[in-house]
Write a protein that binds this ligand. Structure first.
Ligand SMILES: Cc1ncc(COP(=O)(O)O)c(C=O)c1O
Length: 381
C-alpha cells in the first residue's frame, strides 16, 4: 500500500505537507482504476486534485456547513467556474449591480456567449419576482454588497425566486462564514474570494465554492477541464490563515463597530454604510441573517468631492491605501478609482456609489489606533 501523501511518516504532521508534485507514480493498474473510478481517494495529476488543496477544501466545507468545497486559483476563477458549469446560450442570469466590479467584465463574455443578463439594485431585491422568467437559471448576489454594504435577504430571495431549479449563488466574501452561512438560508452555492478574510494576510490568491456533493462533482468537472486548481503552496498559506480566521473575524467586526459608531454623525462624513448600525437601512435583515457581529467592511462619503476623499486617504498614517479586504491590516480605497474603474460611467453611479465614496476594510489593529488615525485625517480636510 502506498503511503498517504499527507502522512508520509506515519504520525500526522501538525501542518499539512505541501505536496508540490504535479504527477504521481501509479502503484499499480488496479490502484489507477480505483482512483479514476472514484472507489479510492487518490491522486494522479495536479489539475485533477492535490492533497494539500483537498485538505483546505475539507476545512472550508466544514466552515460553511457544506457537503464539500472546491478550491481554485482566485475568487473570480470561482465565479467563472460557476458560470461555465451551469449557464448555456439562451439562459437568463440575474446579477446585482453591487457585486464585485470584475463581474461586469465577465458579464460581457457571458453575453457574447448568448446568456441574457438582468442587473438589479440590491435595494430592489424584494421585487426580484418580477424579473424571473421561464429561462432564468441563476441568481448571483453578495451580501453585504460591494462596496455599499447593502444587505440582501438570502432566505427572502430564495422564497421570491419561486422555483427550486433556479440556482441561488451567494458570494460570502464580505460576510465570511463567521457571520453568515448562506447554505442554511437557502443558497445552493457559496462563493468566496479566499484571497480576502479566509487567507487574511495579503499573501495568497484563491477562490472557493462550498455546496452539495452533487454541485462539487459538477464544478470539479469544469475545474479539471480548464485547469484552475490552486497550487499547493497557496493552499498551505490558506490553511495557515484558517487557523486564526475566527479570531481575526471577531476582532475585525468589533473594530468595525467601534469605528462606525465613532464616524456616525461626523460633520465631514455625509453617508455611512455599516450593517451593524441601527441607522443602516438593512440593519434589521442583517441582525437576522448575520451572527456574532456584522463584519469588517464599511463605506462612507468623505467631504464634498473626490479631492476631499483623496486628501483624507493621503493623510492616513496607519490605514493602508490599497485594494483587497479582510486582511490583518486595515485597507482603504476609492471604489470609483479601483474596483469599479472598468465600469462605464453610468453603471458606476446607478446604484449609489459616489466619486468620494471610500471603502474601508477594518483590520485587527488596536481600535484606538484606527479611530485616532481616522480622526486626525478627517481633521486635515
Ligand atoms: C466580494 C468579492 N468577490 C470576489 C472577488 C474576486 O476575488 P479575487 O480577487 O480573489 O479574484 C473580490 C475581489 O476583491 C471581492 O471583493
Amino acid at each position: 500500500m502506498c503511503p498517504d501523501p499527507l502522512t508520509p511518516y506515519g504520525n500526522r504532521p501538525m501542518v499539512t505537507p505541501i505536496v508540490n508534485a504535479v504527477n504521481y507514480e501509479y502503484a499499480s493498474f488496479e490502484v489507477l482504476r480505483q482512483i479514476t473510478d472514484g472507489e479510492m481517494n487518490g491522486y494522479t495529476y495536479h489539475r485533477d486534485d492535490n492533497p494539500t488543496v483537498r485538505k483546505v477544501e475539507e476545512l472550508l466545507a466544514e466552515m460553511e456547513n457544506a457537503e464539500d468545497c472546491i478550491v481554485c486559483t482566485s475568487g473570480m476563477a470561482a465565479c467563472t467556474l460557476v458560470y461555465l458549469t451551469y449557464l448555456s446560450a439562451g439562459d437568463h442570469l440575474i446579477l446585482f449591480h453591487d457585486i464585485y466590479g470584475a463581474h461586469y467584465k465577465v458579464s460581457l463574455i457571458l453575453e457574447r456567449m448568448g446568456i441574457d443578463i438582468t442587473w438589479l439594485d440590491a435595494d430592489d431585491s424584494a421585487g426580484i419576482q418580477a424579473h424571473i422568467r421561464p429561462e432564468t437559471k441563476m441568481i448571483l448576489l453578495e451580501t453585504p454588497s460591494n462596496p455599499l454594504c447593502k444587505v440582501v435577504d438570502i432566505a427572502g430571495i430564495r422564497k421570491a425566486a419561486g422555483r427550486e431549479d433556479i440556482l441561488l449563488c451567494v458570494d460570502n466574501t464580505f460576510a465570511t462564514p463567521y457571520h453568515t452561512r448562506p447554505l442554511e438560508l437557502g443558497a445552493d452555492l457559496v462563493i468566496h474570494s479566499a484571497t480576502k478574510g479566509l487567507g487574511g494576510h495579503n499573501d495568497l490568491m484563491a477562490g472557493a465554492i462550498a455546496a452539495s456533493k452533487e454541485h462539487y462533482n459538477n464544478l470539479w468537472f469544469t475545474r479539471q477541464a480548464i485547469g484552475t486548481t490552486l497550487d499547493a503552496y497557496s493552499a498551505s498559506l490558506l490553511e495557515r490563515g484558517l487557523k486564526t480566521f475566527e479570531l481575526r473575524a471577531e476582532k475585525m467586526a468589533s473594530n468595525a463597530m467601534t469605528i462606525a459608531q465613532h464616524l456616525e454623525g461626523h460633520p465631514r462624513i455625509s453617508r455611512l454604510f455599516y450593517p451593524g448600525l441601527p441607522s443602516h437601512p438593512g440593519h434589521e435583515i442583517a441582525a437576522r441573517q448575520m451572527h456574532r457581529g456584522f463584519g469588517g467592511m464599511m463605506s462612507f462619503d468623505v467631504g464634498h468631492d473626490q479631492e476631499d476623499a483623496k486628501k483624507f486617504i493621503c493623510s492616513l498614517k496607519r490605514i493602508y491605501h490599497a485594494v483587497s479586504l479582510g486582511s490583518t491590516e486595515s485597507l482603504i480605497c476609492i471604489p470609483h478609482l479601483t474596483t469599479m474603474l472598468y465600469l462605464p460611467e453610468e453603471r458606476r453611479s446607478v446604484f449609489g456609489v459616489r466619486p468620494n465614496t471610500v471603502r474601508l476594510s477594518v483590520g485587527i489593529e488596536p481600535p484606538d489606533v484606527l479611530t485616532r488615525d481616522i480622526r486626525q485625517a478627517l481633521a486635515n480636510l
